[in-house]
Design a protein around this ligand. Sequence first.
Ligand code: NAD
Length: 361
Amino acid sequence: MTHTAPLLVTGGAGFIGSNFVLRHLRDAAASGVVTLDALTYAGNPHNLDSLMGDTRHTLVHGDILDRELVASLLQKHRPRAIVHFAAESHVDRSILGPGAFLRTNIDGTFALLECAREYFATLTGEEREGFRFLHVSTDEVYGTLTPDAPAFHEDTPFAPNSPYAASKAASDHLVRAWTHTYGLPTLITNCSNNYGPYQFPEKLIPLVINNALAGKPLPVYGDGMQVRDWLFVEDHCSAIETVLANGRLGETYNVGGNNQQTNISVVKTICALLDEFKPKGTSYADQITYVTDRPGHDRRYAIDARKIQRELNWFPAQDFVNGLRLTVRWYLDNQPWVENVTSGAYREWMDTNYSARTEGA
Ligand code: NAD
């Protein structure tokens, strides 16, 4: 495989995927990227606008379930790796409508694995030696922890509690089986909660920023004492690059920030950062509103990331409050982006204009 062969990135117009593609191509010497994205409500081609004119990047509007399309992309672009982000990713949506999660996360991963297997079978020599299928997954597959339980490690048994987590756990199992049964060279990363630019404002951190600015209530589930480990998205992307370059085939790597926070403390920190732009004596924290807890809400996640640190020398670079400050600043500076993704205008634009910019396989 030539070192200049591109990456095929699924879900590269979503939150983490677009951060990954932008970060990868920031290096002038980096190989190209073919982004394959179905552009669901969570995928936004504008996230990749700064790459317009960069001949190393190709955006393909398509579904990972479309095997003909995926097979033709693999034959045409001959990627050295598939980095698989594409997923339905929002727990609340999975509770309301699990079908889409089973379709994309399970059937979609299955379809992609089959295409990868067929493609891998055609490779020889260095191309075959270098090929990787990297599956991006979540710590939610491990279920929930009691307050004093040790953090999730790579051998923690799966115990998913939401339809989203169950669908991701199933996809992780499929990836593992494709290595053990068919010899596909795979890698899996299980990461904690990400935050940063380009996150769709249905997730906690951008939701709180946007509701605060709009003068709306800041909804906090239950007592707000649910604990999550938070990682700045750039750090997750650097972990994925590290695993892709040096991870041991067939292995799983947990990725986390060693940064456990209760939801209520995250919300209060965001309010304090936003208050820097508010008249003295008033606080966005006044908008905090406790709402009925999500059914089956996991109480605590914590990730033991010592394996990736020890084996691959990966460590997060961003401190939490700094990362949150950068994130708040990004949302303040990118209000038109927020308006686009949250208004019907964005969807209308997509339906009427996007097909003209779609590249065929
Ligand atoms: P996201 O919802 O922002 O993006 C998902 C992307 O996948 C979107 O661009 C969407 O259009 C695309 N997509 C959905 N269905 C598709 C299909 N059938 N074919 C092609 N593209 C499709 O999600 P995210 O937060 O960026 O998460 C990316 C990946 O990382 C997911 O696999 C998720 O499980 C995992 N992950 C997320 C987090 C987190 O905190 N957000 C943490 C750990 C792991």
